[in-house]
Design a protein around this ligand. Sequence first.
Ligand code: NAP
Length: 303
Amino acid sequence: MKVALVGIGKIAVDQHVPAIANSPDWELAATVSRKGSVDGVEAFDDFAAFLAARPDVTVVSLCLPPVPRFDYAEAALLAGRHVMLEKPPGATLAEVHALQALARAKGLTLYTTWHSRMAHAVAPAKAWLADKAILRAHITWREDVRKWHPGQDWVFEPGGMGVFDPGINALSILTEILPAPVHLTAASLEFPANRQTPIAAKLTFSGHVTADFDWRQTGPQTWDIEVDTDQGAMALRMGGNVLEIGGKAAGGENTIMGEYPALYKRMAELVAQGASEVDLAPMVHVADALTLGRRIETEAFDF
Ligand code: NAP
């Protein structure tokens, strides 16, 4: 199937282009980006021009930041294209509900991707937890924003979500692996004095689940979820790619390079089945944290 990539920036170049190039299901048939392009692929700098010129490209994958994404997704669906959304799937919950209704009305596929759910150890962790009682869970997601989002000021603009941009990856795993849902009960959010979104967050959920997100960690980076159950301890490390049971290695593979190939495989299945997959559970927790969170002002931040 032919796919167009829209928004040729960091994640498109790092993950989407290689995942499509190595997929038996997909051909990268066009790009749409004001500045970016991919060698050997027809490049458009205007989305409407692309939609008019390439009716043969029936799938678009939107790799833009969340705030501009809705207009592109809506235009694509109105033009009869199936749509794959980067995470987080939108700037607000309501706009994704609107896209879901539009996709349903048009009989098109809408896929809200969560790449971290495709990490190597997430499915085995979910299977291990399925018959256990959760006593406590803690997420530690601490990374360096300068390393992972160099110069990307949109993450600190309204709708950019700040530290929830990576934190939502942890929440996408949590909402996938826990046998029963939890809900947020308290949050504290650290906002740099010169910014609109938090650089750090501490979250408390029902069921003794807590999370510590911080974007100021230099040196070793930490993406861990540790769970104590009535039948022992489990930990997911390296963003869900490595599994530990009772403190011992129990599977997975220490690389993130399996995640985007798995997303494109899933999109091919959804299009073939005429189905959609829209799950907003991780984003509900972020919205709740921004609703309920106590604001703490902290040192100004510049890239
Ligand atoms: P990015 O490089 O800053 O932006 C991607 C591209 O979107 C830009 O190159 C730009 O292309 C286009 N764009 C930016 N603002 C726009 C606007 N206002 N209107 C239209 N186009 C705009 O961002 P990214 O890091 O790739 O992240 C994009 C999405 O992927 C985010 O939702 C992020 O959460 C997700 N993601 C990122 C990472 C990561 O490691 N960075 C990992 C996983 C997922 P043109 O200027 O050429 O149009």
